[in-house]
Design a protein around this ligand. Structure first.
Ligand code: XIL
Length: 406
């Protein structure tokens, strides 16, 4: 009960400062308000940076606390699933715009920008499309035509209301897949590879051109995971592959405006330092594109460190909590250091509504968000707030707006 009351008190404080855009003076004594009492959106606005979250429409509609947090803490939102093809066109030829429209309308009311996610991806496709690919009734040319039609329909529907579109998502393989040299597609024999083979290598350029034809102003992004830092530059270096890809597309005049680095990190793998990530972002922005951190979370094992059959104990959780905070710090600092890094979006903000436990089950992982499952602030949140307050000139300046490429 006591805990509950505390949580509600902090949420009220959040609501009270929700619309501020700079570090504000407290109403009572004229002293600057403490960073922990300010919203992420107001702290980020000091740098012209947009701070975002993925939104789950069920939680948004069903849970007032969740809704309040989305409405007040963030300046950009992404539909966690509602703009994916399987959500928009579950029945062939019948688009269901309702949930996605509701999110975009709410964003407008809250003065938030929207990241559109996602137009072309091998995953979360409608059942009818997957069935057609599997039984051969949808061949390469048909798939390309359907994708083109889909991109045109969706981008046209939302024209003028989307800031950044993830035009293509996760189109390339990982180094642990077969063959090990990074390529368009995925593991040999996987659906991801089949999809890539069907659409063919020219597909990416066509997808971006199709999106541009339907919306002259939205920023068009290539989005992927495990591209936070460069490796050795060799055939197994995914970041290098994506860099080459974007460079090639830009050289051909394809309207790629940005690269989205998802930022799904896990504390069990150690990860990067600030300068490594800053270097990667700089190498991308040197190509003339903007960058964004698009799906940040930092998950941890939930098993006991000594005996995986037992749950994590207090010491395990404390250490992982620190490590997660460090991962957030690394990604945010690197983004702040690059004036072309336009937005920093977390993939959910409370452990209560996170994709992590449902997705990473073996071994089980969780605890990846800024707030815990009871909406209590975690060390990751305090770290992010501290970073946003401490940053400033000369190393951190105002963002430079990206111009859509025609
Ligand atoms: C995830 C969602 O969070 C889950 O709810 C869904 O079941 C699966 O997809 N990369 C992406 C996102 O680009 O769309 C994924 O979202 C997470 C990984």
């Amino acid at each position: 009960m006591r805990l509950r009351r505390l949580v509600h008190a902090s949420v009220l404080a959040v609501v009270a400062v929700g619309s501020m855009s700079t570090v504000a003076a407290s109403a009572h004594d004229g002293r600057p308000q403490q960073p922990q009492d300010q919203t992420l959106r107001s702290l980020a606005a000091r740098h012209g940076l947009y701070f975002g979250t993925a939104v789950d429409p069920d939680a948004y509609a069903g849970e007032p606390l969740y809704k309040t947090m989305v409405d007040t803490q963030f300046s950009t939102v992404t539909a966690e699933n509602a703009m994916k093809w399987e959500s928009l066109e579950p029945v062939r030829g019948q688009y269901n715009w309702g949930p996605a429209d509701a999110l975009v309308d709410a964003a407008r009311r809250n003065h938030q920008l929207v990241r559109g996610h996602v137009l072309s991806w091998h995953s979360q496709l409608p059942g009818w499309l997957v069935a057609g690919i599997d039984d051969g009734t949808i061949d390469g040319p048909r798939l390309r035509a359907l994708l083109k039609q889909h991109i045109t329909a969706v981008v046209t529907h939302f024209r003028g209301r989307i800031w950044q579109w993830d035009v293509a998502n996760e189109a390339v393989s990982d180094p642990w897949e077969t063959p090990g040299a990074i390529h368009l597609g995925g593991d040999a024999g996987s659906f991801k590879q089949k999809f890539a083979d069907l659409v063919g290598p020219g597909w990416l350029a066509e997808a971006f051109r199709t999106a541009r034809a339907a919306d002259a102003k939205a920023l068009l992004f290539y989005n992927d995971y495990n591209i936070e830092a460069f490796g050795d530059g060799g055939p197994g270096d995914k970041t290098q592959f994506v860099h080459n890809l974007v460079k090639q597309l830009r050289a051909e005049g394809v309207p790629v405006d940005g690269v989205g680095s998802q930022g799904h990190l896990s504390t069990q793998y150690g990860n990067y330092d600030v300068l490594q990530v800053a270097d990667a972002l700089r190498r991308f922005t040197d190509l003339g594109v903007a960058v964004a951190l698009t799906e940040v979370d930092a998950r941890s094992l939930t098993q006991n460190a000594g005996d995986p059959a037992l749950p994590a104990n207090g010491a395990d959780v404390a250490a992982r909590d620190q490590a997660a905070a460090y991962n957030y710090h690394v990604l945010l600092q690197a983004c702040l250091m690059n004036r072309h890094c336009l937005s920093f979006t977390v993939w959910g903000f409370t452990d209560k509504h996170s994709w992590i436990p449902g997705w990473f089950k073996n071994p089980p992982e969780g605890l990846g968000c800024l707030w815990d499952a009871a909406y209590n602030p975690k060390k990751s949140l305090r770290t992010v707030q501290g970073d946003l307050v401490a940053a400033g000139p000369p190393l951190v300046g105002q963002r430079i707006a990206q111009q859509p490429r025609r």
